[in-house]
Write a protein that binds this ligand. Sequence first.
Ligand code: 5GP
Ligand code: ZN
Length: 114
Amino acid sequence: MDNCIFCKIAKGDIPVKKLYEDEQVVAFNDVNPQAPTHVLVIPHTHIATLNDLTHDNQYLIGHMATVAAKIAKDVGHAENGYRLVMNCNQDGGQSVFHIHMHLLSGRQMEWPPG
Ligand code: 5GP
Ligand code: ZN
């Protein structure tokens, strides 16, 4: 997608420090962190929202969660815990329409979320 900022990050057209990358996903720090660790895990493939998941691409979500859990472990937050978030559309608070998983850790999270 030509105008998608996360497609550009995944392709390397917008440089970011990649914390993890493989053929399926890329992970990098959120530009506006909401916790001591705030990492985004995105697929290389452009999928606009969770509503666009299909039988063919659903496996990506499990992989994204596995990568996020590995990063939480690498930064030493797995034991204390962390939160994984995926926002969908307006009510979910989604602002970038290329699916992404937020890894938030390093502080006590609250419930219910805002
Ligand atoms: P959403 O609100 O869609 O769930 O999350 C989008 C996230 O992407 C936000 O937390 C926002 O700070 C982050 N973000 C938006 N643009 C950029 C960018 O250009 N670089 C990085 N690293 N993060 C971004
Ligand atoms: Zn995209």
